[in-house]
Ligand binder design. Structure first.
Ligand code: GLC
Ligand code: CA
Length: 535
């Protein structure tokens, strides 16, 4: 087998920048804070970090509303701080990915101000302006992901503009070649500085159907869902022309490789069913390296459902495509809240032993839960616009608890969002000292990936299993490993294949595991184990 690239064998760690480490006492995480914590990340054993957006922003959507793509928001630091972070991360062998937000800018971006200024502005076509519908009102029925019409009326120029998210986030017109060109320049600006790639925000949104037809209604809609779910976003997203856009971004990244400047990674944020997701690997030309796979977040936590999902995902991968897995991010409930603490340990083993690049969300290595936010402290526009539906994302964006000193070592001031209530006990310092902690489990799993290439890059095959048991094999060279996960609260038995008789336990999510006897592995409730044929 060819040696794997760093982004295939490695583990990505997602940092929500505002909440990782504050360095200047304003209660908001920043770039110097991350630089200060690089030794933690290196010791944890991850290979790359991606940070939420660093660019100047009015923060209507906390940085996903960019007003200048080639600078840093003063709250987060300076360009010099980026350079310093890159240098220090690279010195430790860590890669750094930025969050690239190409679908929309801030309404305060000078491009939008110019586009809005008049119908004859040279930048009018950089955004999506439309006349009212024939009978008046918005051009079509599209709904913003944050609720309400996705069209905003501009009185002065007498047209509507489209915004898939907040009205402060007007969508760019990616059918316009000049827009494509300036955004490619933005990518080069950062790649030339030494950034190792991008997570591309809402990649599947970039192109909308050219004639802006209505989206069809969603028959599964219930009022408990967000307003966006009234419609299926079939016309406003995932149009065929998006693949050409992704291919051009990939070609741009490949130029760096061809020039001997390393592999620069593109991860697409894409929420789509598996068959449509797969197209983002590329059709006639390569697309993004990793179309984000969020299936583990969205599938019921049952052994049989997960086995079906994993088999379907593996089977759908186009030739040569490298898989990837995600258990949580800054938009979705935390895994420990969704599954409970015991199963969160099993989930960590699953994430870090499946075939494909895992992305670990900051704080999940401590078993952090969603933090309830008192009404007066809500920050997320999604919660503020549609309160009480459980759509708010603040609970999963709370500060990293480092130790039991004031403000958990995150800041010298009150943090911008509250800490987890159990921070005096659930923090990095405390868990570092406890061999049975969630953090210790993550360190063991990450270390095992380095010493056992079968875990990082080996082949994958599901094993026959029943009931609450999910089991699979990883194989590389002479080594064969078995991963057996008990997704339930009762003991489970796994009959081992012949070749695995005599395997020894490599690690368990609980304490040291009991070796298999007579070809049968007995798992305790909520236990996951890895067995190896190597001595
Ligand atoms: C992506 C981001 C989310 C943001 C949205 C609009 O889904 O992950 O946090 O609100 O795009 O940019
Ligand atoms: Ca700060």
């Amino acid at each position: 087998m060819m040696p794997a690239s760093w982004w295939q064998s490695g583990v990505i760690y997602q940092i929500y920048l505002r909440s990782f480490q504050d360095s200047n006492g304003d209660g908001i995480g920043d770039l110097r804070g991350i630089t200060k914590r690089l030794s933690y990340l290196a010791e944890l054993g991850v290979d790359a970090i991606w940070m939420s957006p660093i660019y100047p922003s009015p923060m209507a959507d906390f940085g996903y509303d960019v007003s200048d793509y080639c600078d840093v928001d003063p709250r987060f630091g300076t360009l010099a701080d980026v350079d310093d972070l890159l240098a220090q991360a690279h010195a430790r062998g860590l890669k750094v990915l930025l969050d690239f937000v190409p679908n929309h800018t801030s309404d305060r971006h000078p491009w939008f101000a110019e586009s809005r200024s008049s119908r004859s502005s040279p930048k009018r076509d950089w955004y999506l302006w439309r006349d009212p519908a024939p009978g008046g009102g918005p051009p079509n029925n599209w709904i913003s992901d944050f609720g309400g019409s996705a069209w905003e009326w501009d009185e002065a120029s007498g047209q509507y503009y489209y915004h898939a998210f907040l009205k402060q986030q007007p969508d760019l017109n990616w059918r316009n070649p000049t827009v494509q060109g300036v955004m490619h320049d933005v990518m080069r600006f950062w790649l030339n500085r030494g950034v190792d790639g991008f997570r591309i925000d809402v990649l599947w949104h970039l192109i909308k159907a050219a004639d802006f037809p209505d989206n069809p209604p969603n028959s599964a809609y219930t009022p408990a869902l967000g307003e966006m779910d009234r419609l299926l976003q079939l016309r406003s997203t995932d149009q065929p022309e998006v693949h050409g856009i992704a291919a051009r971004m990939r070609a741009l990244a490949e130029d760096y490789r061809a020039a001997g400047q390393g592999e620069r990674l593109l991860i697409g944020e894409i929420y789509l069913p598996v068959e449509r997701l797969m197209r983002y690997y590329g059709e006639d030309r390569p697309g993004v390296h990793l179309p984000g796979n969020f299936q583990l977040i969205e599938t019921p936590w049952q052994a049989r459902s997960l086995a079906v999902l994993i088999a379907a995902y593996e089977a759908a991968l186009p030739p040569g495509a490298w898989p990837n897995w995600v258990l949580g991010n800054h938009d979705r409930p935390r895994v420990a809240t969704r599954l409970g603490e015991s199963q969160a340990r099993v989930a960590a083993m699953l994430l870090l032993t499946l075939r494909g690049t895992p992305t670990l969300y900051y704080g999940d290595e401590l078993g952090l839960s969603d933090v309830p936010i008192p009404p007066g402290q809500v920050q997320d526009p999604r919660e503020l616009r549609q309160p009480g539906k459980g759509l708010g994302r603040d609970p999963v964006r709370t500060p990293m608890p480092w130790d039991d000193s004031a403000h958990a070592g995150f800041s010298t001031a009150a943090p911008w969002l509250p800490l987890n209530a159990d921070w005096p006990a659930r923090n990095v310092a405390r868990q570092s000292a406890e061999p049975g902690s969630m953090l210790a489990l993550h360190r063991r799993l990450l270390a095992a990936r380095r010493t056992h290439p079968a875990l990082a890059i080996g082949d994958f095959a599901l094993l026959d299993a029943e009931d609450d048991m999910l089991a699979y094999e990883r194989r590389h060279g002479a080594e064969r490993l078995i991963v057996a996960l008990n997704l339930g609260a009762r003991p489970q038995r796994l009959a081992l294949p012949d070749w695995a008789h005599g395997c020894r336990p490599l690690l368990s999510t609980l304490a040291d595991s009991v070796p298999a006897q007579d070809g049968t592995l007995l798992l305790r409730p909520n236990e996951g184990v890895v067995l190896t044929t190597a001595d």
